[in-house]
Design a protein around this ligand. Sequence first.
Ligand code: FUC
Length: 897
Amino acid sequence: MFVRNLMTKVLAVTTLAWTGMYLVPEASAEEQGSGLIADGAGKALRLWYDEPAPDSDAGWVNRSIPMGNGYMGVNVFGGTTSERIQITENSLYDWAAKNSGFKRRGVNNFAEVYIDFGHNNTSNYERELNLNEGGSYVKYKEKDVEYSREYFTSYPDKVMAIRLKASKAGALSFTLRPTIPFLGDSKSGSVAADSDTVTLSGVMSYFNIKFEGQFKVIPTGGRMNALSSEGTIAVSDADSAVILIAVGTNYQFDPKVFLTTKAADKLADFPDPHAKVTGYLADAAAKSYEALRANHQADYTELYDRVSMDLGATAPAIPTDELVDTYPDGESSRYLEELAFQFGRYMLICSSRAGTLPPHLQGIWNVYARPPWSSQYLHDTNVQMAYAPAFSANLPEMFESYAGFFKVFVHRQRLHATEYIRKYNPSQLDTSGDNGWSGPFWANPYDVPGKTPIAGFGTGGWISQMFWDYYDYTRDETLLAETVYPVMYEQANFVSRFVQEIDGALLAKPSSSPEQYLEGKKKRETIGTTFDQQMFYENHHNTLTAAKILGRNDDRLELYEKQLPFLDPIHVGKSGQIKEFRQEQFYGDAGSTIDPHHRHTSMLLGSYPGQLINDSTPAWLDAVKKTLTLRTRSSNIGWARAERIAFWARVHDGDEAYLFYRDLLEGNYLHNLFNDHRGGPLFQADANYGATAGVVELLLQSQDYVVSPLPALPAVWSDGSYRGLLTRGNFEVSAQWSSGQATRLEVLSKVGGMLELRYPNIAKAVIKTADGNTVDFSAKGTDQISVETTKGQAYVVSDIPAYTPVAAPLNLKIDKDGKSQVELSWTGSADAASYNLYRAVGNAPDYEMIASDIAGTHFVYKAADLKKIGQMTLKVIAVRADGRESDEGATVIRLLP
Ligand code: FUC
């Protein structure tokens, strides 16, 4: 990473894992002056507690420490009488013929592993999850002996490793006792111990899943005794010990899993997991503990260290449970805000690795037999939210796990697509079955059923958007050609056949807006919801862009091009809102059971994560803002709060966005920072990932291919820095700011190409390469520059002249509307030398200027077409003496009187 190369010396922040102390060497004047944006090792961040997590479901959800390597999720309790380690493997899935209700079967708790110590009189207890290391620790004293444990889950070596130590030789004794939870009607199995290994194996009956876990004990000193019948290994009087854990099932990424209809046959020919799990364990055991640890650290830190963020917080002296309980409390609030941001990245690294199943509603952590909503992959927000930070928070490879899963289940979706075209638009059916793939609602590792009216087919475009982003943030053309383009093209194929010509547009029929009811519980479906139309539009558009990049041309592409303008994605309603439903006039009036404060805000997806609504469509941005205001802050749902951070950031209101982050941390985050969906507590991982993505949107945006650092900085984050966030076009951006103003920006061009960079007064700043050479750039006004970049080169912006925003006018009102003239007045801005007036007619994305240099706060607007225009948005903006316009303005909707 270039910033590290730039640095003369790293300002080291060292965590002493065993003492919980931080050593922060003072920076010398020279170092401070070197202009480095953040320390290379990343800010020291940890979750820590002064007692174990209670041994209960409540303790699991609220206090246990989550870890994972894609192959397994692990929750560590840190007990001293008995340690409990709960293991989740995402393919161990249960189902039942009758499966209704919210708590159905789903991912099943794989193993409960106990390590019995019998230490009942402990002191100086501490446990932590160290985010910088991706490791967790327990230490305490019992009878003058200091005991310590270290845990990590390794992706490269596919195991969990635990090292146990005692400060006195021969003082370590314990019994390892893995167990299979929820044995009963659908799960059978047994645990046996032999020599140094306990093996746990069995069958989950519904999908006939064979599972196996192996637990190997490697003591130093002392004695070891396996009790075969009890499935335990007792270690006595050892100096230290290592425990290695590997798990697996006979699940495989194979289209057959989704194409075989009989549940019990889906995995029929796949090999028993015994050989695989034995191999994982043997390979790991052949390495020293130190080598395994070094492998894990290298893998983990390469990902985690790409990004750091510093809001000026110092490590609080209170444990993390108190930190959460006392939030927001001023200074340590910043620490929790930094911690939660990196925790989302940590969770993604734990739960989404290439070759393993993607994270579901609970990520890769589940203690139950009946997890909420069957721990499914829900495609009307939850899955997409899991991947929201993958791209912008610089972890794009994490998407491989979804891409691998999709590649397999799409075979079934193609059959569904044919079925739906036959049903809904038979004239467009390709009888040979080339109808693309249709957007699914829910999926699990074994099944992806067809449509439900809960969400429209826009889920497909939303999935495609993730694939597009995967390319757009990496700009890897091989990836585009092989992985991304086929997904988008085939989705466009389905859409191109599904849409019907209605009222001069090409509309989805049937169509739903996720989770909304129109008229009572039975009526969800309608025609052409904004959700579907926007997602269709985005995918058609991106497919055409991708085709151009790859030089593809064919009849279907020509069709997509013709269809694009008719996909009609945005309607501005009479309240100035982005309509959710076509039949909507004023906000929320499309049906008697519409929830105007609904957690889903799917009509705004074109603004986030989509790109359709952006800074070059200011009238639509204003409509987004209006919609968000009308949606209010009343939903207490975790992921909805996370999503609103991003929505508000995209309309450049950092302070409002911040309130949602605060609400989330205050109202939803549990003591271990798991997101509590809506009380219960009910853990759902989506908001953990989504909050991280939302925070990035406050700090960096690029939806219109203009790299915009600090586009929505909350006032409370007046000073800070970040390093290594990613933008479209694959620019890695770092920023440093003070009193709300950027003092330094650094952009690493990872693949070359034109860099458009926006920040107030940037055209008047000093722009150099990292090695101090002058950079040629062209300016677009004062706030945007273009630089033709060289791959691998870093560009540094400094000496940015301070920017003072222009206060906006307020309360624009129509005092009199006389058909051919409209009398307007507004509350003036103290900064205004004059005002400019704009209008956006109907659904127009941009404003046109209708008057400038207006002296007072009153204006009579006369225009010949006023009597014909059904609806328009009028907007007034203040202009300062130096010619700068206010960023915000006041708007009013004019309807035909
Ligand atoms: C969707 C959301 C709910 C919840 C559920 C698991 O249905 O609307 O809020 O997240 O998924």
